[in-house]
Ligand binder design. Sequence first.
Ligand code: ZN
Length: 240
Amino acid sequence: MTSPALDALLALQGVDTDIDRHQYRREALPDRQEATEVDRRVAILDRDRGDIGVTLAEIVAREEALEADLAATEARIGEVNRRLYGGQVAASRELQAMAADVKVLEARQSDLEDRVLVILDEREPHDLRLAALGAERAGAEARRAELAVTIADAEAEIDTDLAALGDQRVALASEVPADLLATYERIRSRLGGVGVARLVGSQCQGCFLTLPSGEVDRLRHLPADAVVTCEDCGRILVVG
Ligand SMILES: [Zn+2]
């Protein structure tokens, strides 16, 4: 025979252990761990994309400068050609000078075109890498969104259980005297969540050590409502 207070305390321990298990499961959801990994990967992808963006901006600036130069050269060729073939210049020396200018300008145009092609070659792998990183990031974001849903679902399910367990806890705690409850809470917080255990045979179910037979005998002859603790682990021991 045990006292109703100790029976309620044992039941409370059962509920508290269940609450702890639920809270641990809530924290350790495998999807939550995967979500952390996905977040870490996205951060790395963003850093790499940023680095490539800096490299590309420098290449694009050189490319644009060359293209502006090329456009100006082409405009100048068009201008000189219009005057050359416009029929308004008759002096042959002037016409020869203009034709020579066009040759120089065309050589410059050809050189600029070659240099633009070299830059486009230089740029291509960076463009491809940026696109690949962007695609990987989009995949990671999609997975992250899926995980947010499955995590929220799992949390909601666990929280429903925790709410019911919380109600049970309040009801059971009201059946335990305040000083015994305080002792239980103190031991429980110190000893990994277990504050009270049964004595089964001569073994404490809190630490699983066997008590000396003389001690067991002494405990068994105490009044049912006596509050005793295991001499090994210090937990409240329910005898009976
Ligand atoms: Zn013990």
